[in-house]
Ligand binder design. Sequence first.
Ligand SMILES: [Zn+2]
Ligand SMILES: [Zn+2]
Length: 270
Amino acid sequence: MLIFKYLTQETLNVTIRLMLKDMFYGLCDLVYPPNCLICKKFLPRHESDTFRNFTIVKPTEVLCLSCLNKIDYNRPPFCPKCSRHLGKNFEHPRCQDCSTSNPHFDFAWAACLYHDPLRHLIHKFKYHQKTLLSPLFSKLIISFIREYNLDIEQFDIITPIPLFPSRLRERGYNQSQLLAQTIAQTFNINLSLNNLIRVQNTKNQTLLSKKERWTNIHKAFRIKNLKQFSEKSILLIDDLLTTGATASEAARTIKSAGVKTVGVLTLAIA
Ligand SMILES: [Zn+2]
Ligand SMILES: [Zn+2]
């Protein structure tokens, strides 16, 4: 404390502020170590923005630029039904999956491809409490919508694919809801969190074959209030579209409420 005697009031204020700031960052680093989630490289903080706005984790602060650049974006030509990249087969009207299964949603948009490092990050997001990935994932989805000028404004309501209550309790959050909240807020669309509900505690789809996924998810959802969705266009949000079975079953359930359109928007497509 003796050193403070020789400091002016102004310098003292700055010193105290810097000390407080260091303590604040120290605490932040304990909660969210600022290392890239993939390569573990230390990530320098952007001090002023972070401190002033109290935005502890900014999108780029979970991944280094080099790992961020390794994420594969979904690109045209798209399957008109599920947006799966058609590659060299784009003379076919739909991808192979949509030709054989014909899902109940009207169309789906997926921002990225389910390749590493994104596959690894989605796994952390869902099963390892890494909710700090939500701003980055939302940003990837929002930039995809903007890049392809997708008409998201046609939707009246955004709703996440719900989890079964016991799974939600176990996990503590619904990863699709975290994405849905930011997307609804960004595009100023109503968010519905409790009308589409999960009534069956289905087996984890990732453990099942393509065919089993369709039977496993059958009748897994219910609408509480049909009137709330009636005559509306609904956008379903999920983290991942694989066979499309989950989104299709949710869309089939929603369509029983007499809706106009059911679209699906996901972070990635496998
Ligand atoms: Zn990295
Ligand atoms: Zn398709």
